[in-house]
Ligand binder design. Sequence first.
Ligand code: NAP
Length: 534
Amino acid sequence: MSVTKTDALVIGAGVAGLYQLHRLRQAGYAVTCIDAAPDIGGTWHWNCYPGARLDSPSYTYQYWFSEDIYNEWEWSERFATQPEIKRYFKFVADKLDLWPNIALNTRIKSAIWDATAGEWRVASECGREWRARYLISCVGMLSAPKTPLFPEQDRFAGTVLHTARWPQEGIDLRGKRVGVVGVGATGIQVIQTLASEVEDLYVFQRTPQYAVNMNNYPLTQKDHDFWRSQYPTMRHSLHTTFGGFEWNIPEVGVAAEMTPEERLRILEDCWQDGSLKMWVGTYPEVLADEAINDEASEFVRAKIRARIDDPAIADKLIPKHYGFGTYRVPLETNYYDAFNRNNVHLVDVKAHPIEGFTADGLMVDGQEYALDVLIFATGFDAGTGALSRVDVRGIAGQSLSELWRRDIRSTLGLQVHGFPNLFTVAGPLAPSTAFCNMTTCLQQQVDWITDAILYMREQGKSQMEASAEKEEEWIQHHDEIAESTLLMKTNSWYTGANIEGKPRRLLSYVGGVGVYKEICEEIRANHFAGFNIT
Ligand code: NAP
């Protein structure tokens, strides 16, 4: 079998992988970027389900390293659709001529650290092998679908689809009886899009969501000019905010000391913005103080209630058992209106879990729901799932997936002790796993990793590994901040609770994108202190 030698291997050709390829290639390294998909785009390739679109404003969700690229691309809506985002990545790949270094249709099955040679031996399912000094995982934090879910789902003779593996050619669902399991950010986009297209839509809901109304609109020349005028400042300022967005946690004083009317006005202002600003752009205490969080939760519940005609259905759609913002906040356009339609049926699978499957559909509470198509919008094994599906072995054959099965550890989400020269973009315990406008954090991490590699070159060194002490220090800091929030109280993918047996830890650093970047910068300024470089 032929073995290709390269300086760096990048796994994943999505937002992070494409930029990582560009940075290293520009620095003169031989780089190959590999992806299992038949096309680039990562999550934006696979998640081509009906209604998939951004919930970061389009102009904040892009690359910042080139003003030319920023100026040449024009987004058509405030929150772009999946096909438009995919076109954007192709535009960037063309512009930078990235294609010769990308290998598609190639799924990595193993990556073994060869301590003697000081390189990674990487093998694909299709029988290719590489030897690379640096291995950079850009596999995405929400890319390993949670599937199959039910042992007997194969009994169903109809069509079964997962939103993250939607057929690229699309599928005509008109006139069909369709079931959707899952009402997270994905399920909500699917449901609101399909409600008016299909014959009957059965929504199998376990945990209702606090969905915030999305204020989407077509962008005009005035909008384009505005966003472009922001480029010089925004490319820096996004990195100083809490969530990597154009807004920050406001310095409005202590929420508890405001009058309820003042807090209500702030909630209403953020609600009107129709964006994720509602999540934590109101006041910081919303994620830390139960009473303040209760108030925000009640505010959103009232907004939901006002949209639904039938109070009994409203009651089922309104979350009661967890606080607003502690489960990823989805944006919606006509999700709640869908439940005012006669062809949309809400089935509560919290009270009565899905019992099993028949050839015609699925069973809940002794009743069969006959379906033509069943859609799983059931989410992902987040943060650790995608890389755990590769057999990654570090020093002394230590398995990364076994380590993460016991305990989810990393150093700033960038490296894992025991795995030299393995770098992870959007790895667990960095803000990029959940609490960041992804493009902001991914670019910052790619820049840090590239600088680390360039630093090694400057110093005549070739290996870098997070020390055990640095890792422990980071985990303690991460956990301390996580425990001071309400996020740990809610079961969702944020805490790994959606995957049976997954160790419970907040997957994402919640100290803020700005703070995280400062910590990374300080490490870099101190010659990557805490990382052993040899
Ligand atoms: P998710 O938030 O994990 O939601 C999965 C849904 O499936 C939940 O409603 C869950 O219920 C349900 N579910 C899972 N197993 C089930 C079972 N056995 N029986 C019944 N219901 C079950 O996944 P997601 O909606 O795919 O979203 C994941 C993340 O992707 C989002 O939080 C967001 O960060 C990202 N995303 C972003 C966008 C965007 O930017 N526009 C769009 C979509 C997704 P429980 O809650 O009870 O477990």
